[in-house]
Design a protein around this ligand. Structure first.
Ligand code: ADP
Ligand code: MG
Length: 568
């Protein structure tokens, strides 16, 4: 349980506000997260970490000399938006390019990739590096999700940046560190989102869930809870089995507490882990025991091993000085570091006025959007519960944050006299920005695409509306790359757009065409219950999801149904 909360929806922002106050000499808040409060040497690669909040010290706790230059802070467990990532990167950039580091989750990959495109237009070169250390999540290293391995991988990346390595070299060595990093975790209890009254998953009394996620994703299997030594042995056995043949003889070990497992228990487990690794012929190099990548109040821990070579060992041992992680010392920290100069301003898009007909259409569309706010709020808990079956439980929250942000921006834009096209574009940007997550990125891109198709001149005809829906769904497909049957919102969105186009082309009135499309989409959304998830966070837990419909498909139908009930 998270006991001390103001407004649960503002919890992540409240955390960040307190964090930057507590460490004002080292970090400062910017739109979307925080950056170093000190100057970065010109030309140094900027390491910008990120992901959702709820994992402190990851990621903002690692901002400082020898490690990160900035951290993007999304909502609790939800990936930040592309514009937040771009904003933090802009503020952290010191002329040497940007390396974005984050755990391998679909939403983060989508949003950070979009940020790279945005930054490229401004002449800032940015790349992404996804951490894939969780051996329980896949047999293929590159497809694993990222958990506590974030610490060694980003520590090594930050040291390379601090030593003046080029973007190419920092990227190469970070990737190499990730390839040599392996984690396995266990949970004794799930975590509870701030404001919620039940945990995202529960572990039976006397049981241990193996292969937990750090977003309240349940473990992949349960075994009886043994002694600390039994647990340590089990974890070490799984790690040894996952190592490549050229495992070397030097290793960085991290025992990471998830939030409510005591340090004492972590040390007890570590002692056995160390004994086992030494018996295997390894030398432990600067091991770490403590809370580094947490999952709110989850009880449990993980063991991470990074197999070192000379290059990785040098970087792992190098000094680091951040609010949450320190090692060695920097010669330069005798005087207080200088305050950073003014930060680059946010890029603000221009707003053009629409024709009278398009302004009227924008006002109608805004009314519909306001209705969607009500509908999604009514279904927030239900969508969250559906997402918690195999995902991370945040779909209801994400959709509500997205649509509320979109409607707020929509009212501003309509007040300024925009046409329908500009309204939808702005609303899409605001949705992605406010929601974060996979669905936020996809809904944002969809609305932007629809806006581009409709423009600000003419009142839309039924044919225009059908085409705009096709463009919107096309943008979702292009960004998410999901196929039909992968158990995503595309399973509802694709037949919806197809049916709508077909019926409108055949000359049916929009209202009837919409009703027919809605029926097809609703049946398709219900039918996702039979499918195994193949994309997004839920894919790791593919078989858990059978029997439950896909939350994104269900919410897609809810949104489209709101439009219909209003139109008729
Ligand atoms: P996150 O997965 O980042 O937590 P949400 O919980 O808000 O984001 O959204 C989850 C939904 O996103 C899923 O139910 C699914 O419908 C949709 N989704 C996930 N990955 C994809 C993808 N690659 N393409 C299309 N939709 C996807
Ligand atoms: Mg989710």
């Amino acid at each position: 349980m998270t006991h001390l909360v103001n407004d649960p929806k503002k919890f992540a922002a409240d955390v960040l506000a307190g964090f930057v106050r507590a460490h004002a000499d080292r970090v400062m808040a910017v739109h979307g997260g925080a950056v170093r409060a000190t100057e970065t040497p010109q030309g140094e690669v900027a390491l910008v970490l990120g992901g959702g909040s709820g994992h402190y010290p990851a990621f903002a706790g690692w901002i400082g000399e020898g490690m990160a230059h900035g951290a993007v802070c999304g909502n609790i467990f939800a990936s930040p938006s592309a514009s937040q990532a771009a904003s933090v990167a802009r503020a952290a950039h010191a002329g040497g390019g940007v390396l974005f580091g984050f755990g391998n989750y679909a939403g983060d990959v989508l949003q950070f990739s979009r940020a790279i495109e945005m930054l490229a237009k401004e002449g800032i070169e940015a790349r992404i590096l996804t951490v894939t250390d969780d051996i329980a999540s896949s047999d293929t290293h590159a497809e694993r999700r990222g958990i506590a391995g974030d610490l060694p991988v980003f520590k090594i990346a930050g040291a390379a940046a601090a030593q003046g390595w080029s973007l190419d070299d920092v990227e190469r060595v970070t990737k190499h560190a990730n390839d040599r990093t392996f984690t396995i975790g266990v949970a004794m209890s799930g975590c509870t989102l701030p404001g919620a009254d039940a945990p995202l998953f529960e572990v039976a009394e006397g049981a241990l869930a193996i292969g937990l996620g750090i977003h309240g994703e349940p473990g992949l299997s349960e075994v009886p809870l043994g002694s600390a030594q039994d647990v340590a042995d089990d974890l070490v056995d799984r790690l040894l089995a996952a190592f490549p043949e050229d495992r070397g003889s030097r290793v960085a070990i991290l025992v990471n507490g998830l939030g409510s497992t005591t340090y004492e228990e972590q040390f007890v487990v570590f002692a056995r882990v160390a004994e086992r690794f030494e018996a295997e012929g390894f030398t432990l190099v600067e091991p770490e025991v403590g809370e580094h990548v947490t999952s709110l109040d989850m009880a449990g821990l993980s063991v991470t091993a990074t197999l070192l070579d000379d290059e990785l060992e040098q970087l792992w041992r190098a000094p680091v000085d951040t609010p949450a992680f320190r090692r060695g010392s920097f010669a330069s920290t005798t005087a207080a570091p200088p305050r950073r100069a003014a930060l680059p301003a946010q890029v603000v898009a221009e707003r053009s006025t629409g024709s009278e007909a398009s302004q009227a259409a924008a006002a109608t569309a805004l009314g519909l959007l306001d209705d969607v706010v009500g509908v999604l709020k009514d279904h927030e808990a239900e969508l969250g519960a559906l997402d918690a079956v195999a995902g991370d439980g945040d779909h209801g929250q994400g959709m509500v944050l997205g649509v509320v942000g979109a409607a707020d921006r929509g009212h501003e834009a309509v007040g300024a006299g925009v046409g329908l096209g500009t309204l939808l574009r702005e609303v899409g940007e605001a949705w992605a920005e406010s929601a974060g997550g996979t669905s936020g990125a996809l809904w944002g891109a969809a609305l932007v695409a629809a806006g581009e198709r409709l423009g600000d001149t003419d009142a839309p005809t039924p044919g225009d509306i059908a085409e705009a829906v096709s463009s919107a769904v096309g943008a979702m497909k292009e960004m998410g790359k999901a196929e039909l049957g992968d158990k995503t919102m595309m399973d509802a969105a694709t037949p919806f757009a197809e049916t709508l186009t077909e019926k409108v082309s055949a000359g049916e009135p929009l209202e009837d065409a919409w009703a027919a499309a809605l029926q097809v989409a609703s049946d398709a959304a219900d039918a996702t219950a039979e499918l195994q998830a193949k994309k997004g966070r839920a894919k790791t837990h593919g078989d858990h999801s059978v029997g439950h419909a896909d939350p994104g498909a269900i919410s897609f139908v809810l949104v489209c149904r709101t439009f219909h009930s209003k139109e008729s």
